[in-house]
Each structure stands twice: as C-alpha cells, then as structure tokens.
Design a protein around this ligand. Structure first.
Ligand SMILES: [Zn+2]
Ligand SMILES: [Zn+2]
Length: 231
C-alpha cells in the first residue's frame, strides 16, 4: 500500500506548498483528487521550460495503485506515445516508481522526479525530435530496461536469470551468481541485487514483473512452435 489516509494529508500539504495551483477537489475512502495547474520550471541541455499545465492528480488510498496524472488541458498531443487514451500520463514503469515510494519517497519528490521531467521531456521532444534523457520503452521492453537499470546489467539474459533467482531462492552469497559468470554471488551481482532477495516488498515487485515476462516468453515460444507446425 502506497498511501494511507493518515500519511497522505501531510504529503499533500507539502505538495501544495510547492505547487500552489493545486487544490483538493474531492476526497473519499478510496482516493483523493487534486485539480488545478502545475508549474514546471526546468532547465537542461540548453533548453528552458517555464509553463503551467492543467492537470487532475489522483492519489489512491490504502491501495497498491500508484498516484497518476491526467492531462485535463489536453496539452499533450494525442499521438504522443507516452499519453494514454484517457489522458493519463505514462510517467515511468510501475516498478521504478513503486521502488522509489518503498524507499520513503514523498509526493513532492514524485512531482519533481517524474511529473515535471515528463513535461520537460515532452516539450523537448516536440522541439528537437529526440528525448533529452533517453526514452523508456513500453510493456515488456520497458520492464526489461527498468531491471537493466536497477541491476546495472545490460545483458537481458543475465537480468532474467537474476530475476528468476530472486523469485525462487533465498540470498546465498557463497553460491555461484545466477548470471553465469562462474563467480560467487557476493563477488558478482550480489551487492547490487541483495536487497531484492531480502526485502519482501521489493521481492514482490520483482515477482510480479518476472511473471509478466515469463508469461510473455512462454506465449512467444508457443506461437513460434505453432507457426512452425503450420508450415
Ligand atoms: Zn510511456
Ligand atoms: Zn553475476
């Protein structure tokens, strides 16, 4: 669960201090809805963005659903790949944001680390046709990229092997690293991946993403087999 009723009000207070164009529009057991404008002031790669964007921000309570932002002013063009049909912004992969909240992330930090850079990347892309900080893929590709970053490992085969081991085994630093390096885990990927073995909340995130990737791969190979048979 990301926000409880008790924890959320202090956080909203802090958020509205830095984004004074926002106010609470409605509140019930399940969620709090903020409405208004956020002001984005970012400067990077020689480009300066200073603009206001009308949004609706929904913060689910006692839930595992992440807070999300709706582009109520339709400032993001419809065919932009990181805007969903319903106007929701595709900020990042779930795992990336979820892990930040587990680490004690606040709504203010969320705004500064994901929402403001989202608009900066968008405007930058509209002007220069490229993304200032690279682009995260969607679906399976986005999940893989997320774990490549988290595990600091470029090779997708090794990333999958590490994810699988985290899901299925306890941490044993003296055993061989699942990446196949022939080194002990604690001398290889161990220091980076240990927390995913030992912190159950992190492990659950890896488990759910590993299942998505595994299902995808199983499906993919089923299809290949089916195609070969059909020939
Ligand atoms: Zn996206
Ligand atoms: Zn390794």
């Amino acid at each position: 669960m990301i926000f409880t009723k008790e924890s959320v009000h202090q956080q909203i207070k802090e958020l509205v201090k830095v984004q004074s164009g926002l106010h609470i529009e409605s509140e019930n057991k399940a969620q709090i809805e903020l409405i208004g404008e956020i002001s984005v002031n970012c400067k990077s790669k020689g480009y300066v963005l200073s603009d206001n964007y009308p949004v609706q921000i929904v913060i689910p309570l006692d839930s595992d659903i992440l807070p999300y932002v709706i582009d109520t002013g339709n400032r993001i063009v419809k065919d932009y790949p990181h805007r969903y049909e319903n106007g929701e912004l595709c900020l990042e992969t779930d795992a990336t944001i979820r892990i930040r909240f587990l680490e004690g992330f606040s709504l203010v930090a969320w705004m500064q680390e994901f929402v403001e850079p989202y608009y900066f990347s968008y405007e930058f892309f509209q002007r220069y046709g490229e993304f200032p900080f690279g682009e995260r893929g969607h679906g399976i590709q986005g999940i893989m990229e997320t774990y490549q970053d988290l595990f600091q490992e470029k090779d997708p085969v090794k990333v999958l092997a590490l994810m699988r081991s985290i899901c299925e085994h306890p941490y044993r630093g003296h055993l061989l690293c699942p990446c196949g390096s022939e080194q002990k885990l604690r001398l290889c990927h161990g220091p980076i991946v240990m927390k995913y073995y030992t912190d159950n909340r992190l492990k659950e995130i890896v488990q759910s993403d590993y299942k998505i990737m595994k299902d995808y791969l199983v499906n993919y190979y089923e299809q290949l087999r089916y195609c070969r048979k059909a020939k």
